[in-house]
Ligand binder design. Sequence first.
Ligand SMILES: [Fe+2]
Length: 272
Amino acid sequence: MNLLSCSSNHCPLSSKVLASTSPPSKILKSSVRVRNLGWGERRDNMRNNRRVSKVVAYYGLKSPPYRLDALEPYMSQRTLEVHWGAHHRGYVEALNKQLAKNDILYGCTMDELIRVTYNNGNPLPEFNNAAQVWNHDFFWESMQPGGGEMPTLGILQQIEKDFASFANFKEKFIEAALTSFGSGWVWLVLKREKKCLAIVKTSNAVNPLVWNDIPIISLDLWEHAYYLDYKNDRAKYVNTFMNHLVSWNAAAARMARAQAFVNLGEPKIPVA
Ligand SMILES: [Fe+2]
């Protein structure tokens, strides 16, 4: 999440933004414009800003960590424009509208927001949008240009330990994606209690944070993720993800961080 400003000394947030009722893009544009104003214009600007006294919390739309055409030909620029630019943006904007009306949820980090609004399986209205924002940020970072190679070193060892072989893991992940009904996600997660990797399917917006698992890789199974490139051919999309898009670099970094919370014995992922 983009940190723009925080107007409260007791604001507990590092990943949230406090601002006026204007949307993030307007705030950024106006703050840039103010630097070039004369004193008279600044004074008028300050007077105008005083009229916008309501402070609300909102999240920003985070960009994928690559250009929108960087995953071609396996995921088109058009898909990224629609999936990130419209669907993901829509979740962010809908969440911000909900949070503006809910003081109780004010001050939560995104992880807290997801866990709190999941409400032990009886989700509050904010849950779907909050989880979908988090899920999509995580999904973009689960892919990379030139992805899909074999994982290496520690994460490969952990996969071989928990799935017998990388080929078996790949088969199970694809099978999970193809047997998932309707819209949802498939995940490679690290189970905290069992201290092992596992494949998990979730419906709609649900993600493994609600069970305290640590996500390592995710694949979006909503049709909006693949219909422009693959029509209704989910199998082709899932195989393409595994063979050409999945980022084992991101997975290795996530595993390295996860080992700070889950003791897997000898460090399997060298920490730089
Ligand atoms: Fe999606």
